[in-house]
Design a binder for this molecule. Structure first.
Ligand code: BGC
Ligand code: NOJ
Length: 844
């Protein structure tokens, strides 16, 4: 069952009924100001940090669900009936309703009682505010006298404190509603010509009197009939957002908040003739003042508004708003132009061309902080997560990827280890969580390799970067990579495999922290038995892949970088040999006969072996060992993949491990804390599925790879939205496995490494358009029944027009470049000045 459809032309998902199985959301903002918005107007906004600079309040796990957001009420003043055009919070029947989620904007459009309301929400590039552009049209035969009320609930900035510290917070709330003498409301129309704006603006300034230099503003383009800023006055005692007293009676109370819960609501009266249309603009924004110029006049307690007024004035002008919207569209078109494909499969096309690329950018901006499953107050930026996310956007915003790499590397420790997380505002490692997730540092090598292949910017390796952000400890980035590898080599276990530490990629496989205390973090619990026995075959595979990348990097780097730098470069042979040694160890101690073993626990017992009662076969080492090249020439890769197909694959995707753990095992950790079929305990953990797709490509199975790709492709699952339940336009972290009663149901949509890895699997491996150090490689391994496909890829400033044609059943590629046949499958960079290249690939 569907709840909407893809509008591929406009790059929108169109939701046609408001009661989706879960809130289906979108993100506003792409730089500093962000908001989450559901298909019924729910969600919240923040400036840079979802915990520390929360602008509006949101109650997670609320009843009814997703209540709280950017709500508008329309009231028919003749009959007294009122409704919300976004359905929530009044949930009145609407005559028609659609929500269009686009790239960085959402439009909710509905008609009720003959009044059409269309609200476009977006954040303009370059400014820290969101715009709600409301267009009202009277579709009745007679004129309509309407009242429009806006509403938002301010958060007192620190979302964690806001939700817990009521003894203080109920006393600190302050607003300004200028000019605000003696509680007498300002009803003057806003004048915003010539950069001046008066009236109509509600300022939220809790804690501005003391240590904060920032405030929020909520502006309206029309002259006001009233306003409210005290939540409980606006709503009335014991009422909810579905029946605010002010809306019901048709007149604001002009309340000024003193303590309690500050909110913002404008009241605008509109009379519309039949067919007449009116536009009202609301702005919600964030602004900072220099500390010594906070007040105006100086010494007063009144916010200095001189710096913010021009910004408000700019966006209360409809033409400026329209221009800002066009600029936003152009921005996204520009980003997506880097890679566009036209294949015989619609699900591949729309995910690659639009939604998967879009989701990659959202994970770049937000890591794992704020979604409808991540509350914005928990995790910071993951070291492992951010390095992997980078694989999905490095081609889209290479300069920002460079900055991200340097930020990440600066949190690395001198041992080569890494803080598991760092804070986005301070860019410092997070001490609370600490380090000891032994896979973490290796991911830095993968992200840097991806950056180098994409950009050819070797200078990044020479960039001085500190350790743990300590000035004076800087070394070239290249040395950080060396230390990452060294970190693994310094921590090998009894079989010569890497020690797992607190966990590896699978945060829930905690082989050293035996936690039996409720509420304690499974990962942070004390390490038992010294942690010197439990080993990870997954890290071993990751190490081999990383060491091979390092061999390539150092080989090329020796030619590319300065002499002083090359003194520091180890012989590429070193890395090659390190990889080989580890491969041999994996084959000896990490092979279970039919598949790769997962780990050895703290007692030296196998995990992920046919000898185990439960958890016999895990997906992660099958994917990573094959990706690292293991077993490609001796049949083990094929065997491991056959085991995956037989034991782990379901129509809804590939399960993480089988058989599911039926009880809690102290020595295995959090993985066994989940009921069977969920999350790491035999859920379909979508992040890992593309590793198998890539592995299938490496053994030449295009059909199987693409089949797995479609099983979790959100668009391909759209038709079963009642089962999948999450948004059909973005990946979710998990789909319940076959041991769960809800098999096929997705959770944790949006912020997941699934986005980047699926993008890599489909674009670089199945479609085979792969950046390399020396040029763009074209090596498709596509389904047998595809006649071919077309693509355009901007790579190092050159546009490649690629067409692939199938002339036989295999995966052998013959290339012609600008009409000339070339050797091999790597298209070399054209001579300087040439900006377009035509590539034809014949598959036989
Ligand atoms: C989840 C993991 C996640 C971890 C973060 C666990 O509860 O199952 O997926 O990585 O928390 O600490
Ligand atoms: C989610 C975490 O963000 C990621 O780092 C981890 O690899 C997976 N969970 C698997 O546990």
């Amino acid at each position: 069952m569907r709840y909407g459809y893809f509008d591929d032309q406009r790059r929108e998902y169109v939701i046609t009924r408001p009661d989706t199985p879960l809130p289906w959301i979108n993100y506003l903002g792409s730089e500093a100001y962000f908001g989450l918005i559901s298909n019924t107007g729910g969600g919240y906004s923040f400036y840079r940090d979802a915990r520390l600079r929360r602008l509006t309040r949101y109650r997670y796990n609320n009843v009814p669900s997703d209540c709280g957001g950017r709500y508008i009420y329309v009231r028919d003043d003749d009959s007294g009936k009122f409704w919300s055009p976004s359905w929530q919070p009044t949930r009145h029947q609407l005559e028609d309703y659609i929500c269009r989620h686009g790239l960085g904007y959402t439009v909710i459009c509905s008609t009720c009682r003959g009044i059409e309301a269309r609200t476009r929400y977006f954040v303009p590039l370059g400014d820290s505010l969101e715009i709600w552009q409301l267009t009202l049209t009277n579709r009745r035969e007679e004129s309509a006298n309407l009242s429009v009320f806006s509403s938002i609930e301010f958060c007192l900035w620190d979302a964690q404190d806001d939700a817990t510290n009521f003894q203080r917070n109920f006393n600190v709330g302050e607003v300004e509603v200028p000019p605000c003498g003696n509680g007498v409301p300002p009803l003057s129309p806003p004048r915003y010509h010539g950069g001046e704006v008066e009236g109509g603006v509600i300022y939220h300034k809790t804690e501005y009197r003391e240590r904060r230099d920032h405030f929020a503003f909520f502006a309206c383009s029309e002259s006001l009939a009233g306003f409210d800023t005290q939540r409980d006055v606006f709503l009335g005692p014991y009422r909810g957002w579905d029946t605010p007293a002010a809306v019901e009676r048709g007149q604001s109370f002009n309340s000024v908040a003193h303590g309690w819960a500050p909110m913002g609501s404008h009241h605008v009266k509109v009379t519309l003739q039949p067919g007449e249309t009116r536009q009202i603009i609301f702005l919600l924004g964030y602004h900072e003042n220099p500390r010594d110029q906070k007040f105006d006049p100086p010494g007063s307690q009144t916010i200095n508004k001189r710096t913010v007024k021009p910004i408000i004035a700019k966006y209360l002008d409809q033409d400026n708003v329209d221009a800002a919207f066009e600029a936003l569209r152009a921005y996204w078109d520009g980003l997506l132009a880097t890679l566009q494909v036209e294949t015989p499969d619609v699900h591949t096309n729309r995910m690659v061309n639009v939604w998967n690329a879009y989701q990659n950018m959202i994970t770049f901006n937000l890591s794992r902080s704020a979604s409808f499953f991540e509350s914005g107050i928990g995790r910071g930026m993951g070291f492992r997560d951010s390095n992997q996310d980078l694989l999905g956007f490095v081609h889209t915003v290479p300069e920002r990827a460079r900055e991200r790499i340097l930020d990440l590397a600066a949190t690395q420790l001198e041992t080569g280890g890494a803080y598991h997380q760092y804070q986005p505002l301070t860019k410092r490692g997070n001490n609370e969580i600490g380090s000891g997730f032994n896979d973490d540092p290796l991911w830095l090598i993968l992200s840097v390799a991806a950056y180098l292949k994409e950009t050819g910017d070797w200078s990044i390796l020479e960039e001085p970067v500190a350790y743990d952000n300590q000035p004076g400890t800087e070394t070239p980035l290249y040395e950080h990579l060396q230390r990452s590898l060294r970190y693994t080599l310094d921590r090998l276990g009894p079989h010569g495999l890497p020690l797992i530490g607190r966990a590896d990629w699978n945060d829930c496989l905690n082989l050293n922290t035996f936690s039996d205390t409720p509420g304690e973090s499974f990962q942070r619990a004390a390490i038992q038995r010294e942690g010197k026995v439990a080993e990870s075959v997954f890290i071993a595979g990751l190490f081999v892949l990383a060491a091979k990348e390092m061999a390539q990097i150092s080989r090329s780097a020796n030619q590319q970088i300065s002499e002083s730098m090359s003194q520091r470069i180890w012989d590429p042979q070193f890395y090659g040999e390190a990889a080989q040694r580890m491969e041999a160890i994996i084959l000896e101690h990490g092979w279970d006969g039919e598949w790769f073993l997962r780990a050895y626990d703290a007692f030296g017992h196998k995990v992920g072996s046919h000898e185990c009662e439960e958890g016999q076969v895990f997906i992660e080492p099958q994917g990573f060992c094959v990706m690292a090249g293991l077993g490609l020439d001796d049949g083990r890769a094929e065997k491991a993949l056959a085991a995956v197909k037989e034991r782990l694959a379901t129509p809804h995707g590939i399960i993480l491990q089988q058989p599911a753990y039926s009880r809690y095992y102290l020595h295995l950790g959090e993985i066994t804390s989940y009921p069977p079929g969920y999350k790491e305990n035999a859920g379909i953990f979508c992040h890992t599925n593309p590793w198998i797709m890539i592995a299938e490509v490496l053994v030449g199975h295009g059909d199987q790879a693409h089949d797995y790709y479609l099983r979790i492709n959100p668009s391909a699952r759209e038709a079963i939205s009642e089962v999948h339940r999450c948004e059909p336009y973005v990946y979710a972290q998990m789909i319940a496995g076959r041991d769960a009663p809800t098999h096929g149901e997705a959770k944790n949509s949006w912020l997941t490494g699934t986005a980047a890895w699926n993008y890599v699997a489909i674009t670089q491996w199945i479609l085979g358009i792969r950046p390399t150090y020396t040029g763009l490689q074209i090596a498709p391994v596509i389904p047998g029944n595809w006649p071919g496909f077309e693509a355009s890829r901007i790579f190092r400033g050159v546009t490649y027009h690629i067409s692939v044609e199938r002339a036989g059943e295999g995966n052998v590629v013959s290339l012609t470049v600008d009409g000339q046949p070339i050797e091999g499958n790597i298209v070399p960079l054209p001579p300087a000045g040439q900006t377009e290249v035509v590539v034809k690939a014949i598959l036989t």
